[in-house]
Design a protein around this ligand. Structure first.
Ligand code: NAG
Ligand code: NAG
Ligand code: NAG
Ligand code: NAG
Length: 250
C-alpha cells in the first residue's frame, strides 16, 4: 500500500513545486527515487525539510512520524526543519516521515525508512542439561531481507532429526531444535545454527551441550515452609511497626 502511495506523493511535490510553494526533503543517506531511505540498525538518518516560498516565510513546518506529530524545538520550525533518527532501531522499520507546512497539509513530502539487519546471533552458548530432561536450542533468525536458509549441524554434520530424536520448528523469529528426552549418547555434542542471508551472508551460532546425570528433584515442601515463615515474620514486623507509626502521627 505504501509503495503505491509514495510515487503519488512525489508527483504532488513536482506539481506544487511548479506553483512556487514547495516543501522539499533532503536526507542523509539520500532516498531512492521512490522515497525509500536504506539504512541499518545503529546508524543515523538525518532529514531536512525546507520550505522556500518567500510569501509564506513565516509558515511553520511540521514533521509527522507515521501520522503522529513530532515535537520540534521552536527554532527548528521556520523555513527549515531537521530531524535525526539516531540510532536507528528495529521499531523504525518501514516508518514514514512526512513534512508539510502547518497551514497547508496538502503540500507534503514523505520518505520511508528501509532498515536492513542480519539475524542477531549471539556468542557461543554452553548448555548443561540433565539426562531425560527436555532441551530447546533457540536461534534468532529474524532478519531483513529474510534469511534464505537455516541449517542445524550436530558435531559438524547436518542434524538427522529422526536419528537424533529431535524436532525442528521455525516461527519466522526463531528456529528451535528440541528434544523431549535428552540422552547423552545422542545429544551431548556441539550444535551450530547456520543462517544464510542474501545481504549479510552466512552467520553461525554455536551451542555446546553437556549432559549430566539425572538428579533427584529439589525438595519443594521444606522450601515452601521456609518462605511462609519468612513472609509471616515480615508481615508481623510491619504490623507491630505500623501501630507505633500510627501512634506518633496522632
Ligand atoms: C495549499 O497549497 C496549495 C498550493 O501550494 C493550494 O493549491 C491549496 O489551495 C492550499 N490549501 C489551503 C487549504 O490553503
Ligand atoms: C530495502 O532494501 C533492500 C536491500 O537493499 C532491498 O532489497 C529492498 O527492495 C528495499 N525495500 C524497498 C521497499 O525499497
Ligand atoms: C562440558 O564438559 C566438558 C568436560 O567435562 C567441560 O570441559 C566443559 O567446560 C563443559 N561445558 C559446559 C558448557 O559446561
Ligand atoms: C560429539 O563429539 C563429542 C566430542 O568429540 C563426543 O564426545 C560426542 O559423543 C559426540 N556426540 C554425538 C551425538 O555423536
Amino acid at each position: 500500500m505504501k509503495l503505491a502511495l509514495i510515487p503519488a506523493i512525489f508527483n504532488c511535490l513536482f506539481y506544487f513545486a511548479a506553483q512556487t510553494s514547495a516543501v522539499t526533503v533532503e536526507s542523509v543517506p539520500s532516498a531512492s527515487s521512490d522515497g525509500y531511505i536504506h539504512t541499518e540498525l545503529d546508524k543515523t538518518v538525518s532529514l531536512t525539510c525546507t520550505h522556500d516560498a518567500a510569501s509564506e516565510a513565516d509558515d511553520e513546518l511540521v514533521w509527522l512520524r507515521n501520522d503522529a506529530l513530532v515535537s520540534l524545538k521552536e527554532e527548528n520550525k521556520k523555513g527549515q526543519s531537521r530531524v535525526c533518527i539516531s540510532p536507528v532501531i528495529l521499531k523504525d522499520r518501514e516508518t514514514t516521515f512526512t513534512c508539510h507546512l502547518r497551514s497547508n497539509a496538502t503540500n507534503r513530502v514523505s520518505v520511508v525508512l528501509n532498515v536492513t539487519y542480519p539475524p542477531s546471533l549471539t556468542e557461543p552458548e554452553g548448555i548443561t542439561v540433565e539426562e531425560e530432561a527436555s532441551m530447546f536450542l533457540r536461534c534468532a533468525i529474524e532478519a531483513y531481507p529474510p534469511v534464505t536458509s537455516v541449517v542445524w549441524t550436530l558435531n559438524g554434520t547436518e542434524v538427522d532429526l529422526k536419528a537424533a530424536q529431535m524436532t525442528l520448528t521455525n516461527d519466522g523469529l526463531f528456529s528451535t531444535l528440541s528434544t523431549v528426552k535428552v540422552q547423552r549418547s545422542l545429544h551431548q555434542a556441539t550444535y551450530q545454527c547456520i543462517t544464510d542471508s542474501p545481504m549479510y551472508g552466512a552467520r553461525t551460532q554455536v551451542f555446546t551441550v553437556n549432559v549430566t546425570d539425572k538428579t533427584l528433584k529439589f525438595p519443594l515442601y521444606p522450601m515452601i515452609a521456609g518462605i511462609v515463615v519468612v513472609c509471616l515474620t515480615t508481615i508481623l514486623a510491619v504490623a507491630s511497626r505500623w501501630k507505633k507509626i500510627v501512634k506518633c502521627c496522632k
